[in-house]
Unconditional design. Sequence first.
Length: 200
Amino acid sequence: MGLRERKKEETRIALSWAAIKLTVERGFDNVKVEDIAAEAGVSHRTFNNYFSSKGEAIAARHFDRAVQIAEELRSRPDGEPLWEAITNAVFARFALGMQEAERPADERWIAGVKLMTQHPEHRGEFLKAHTAALDALAAAVAERTGTDADRDLYPHLVAGAVGAAILAAIHLWLHGDAPAPFEELLRDALGQVAAGLPTP
């Protein structure tokens, strides 16, 4: 990636994090695109070059993380078992995402995230991002297992299972009476899924 492309990606990430930060702090309906652009230090027009709405900007972090998980999976050692490689890839990208956020998961922050994720516009954009993310992950799984993402069910089943495990852990952590920290929930979810989908 050249310098210009890196700058564009940095701007895109800054806008997405600004959208999340402001929405969590103020509520979805109390944040304007102009606020997000100002928080990221760019113009309203620049925001429109990257995203069509604040909902899309927020959901972009989920899509980006899934694409990064797919890239991380491609870089795992060839001899590493599939589900071990997937788990390591997932945790590598989630750990990086938490560093990028630079925000402790205190009670007020979690409460704000809960409200944000329940907003209809966010849910719609998140669903679109999640669908695209599963396609990216299925392609990486297909490469690793020697299957064909255009013909075979297996890579899509694995990608869907990984996506479901991630969403289940997030949901229980945010909305349930979670018995463990998020990282433990996520590892448990991936472990349970891995036990039921043997490598072909």
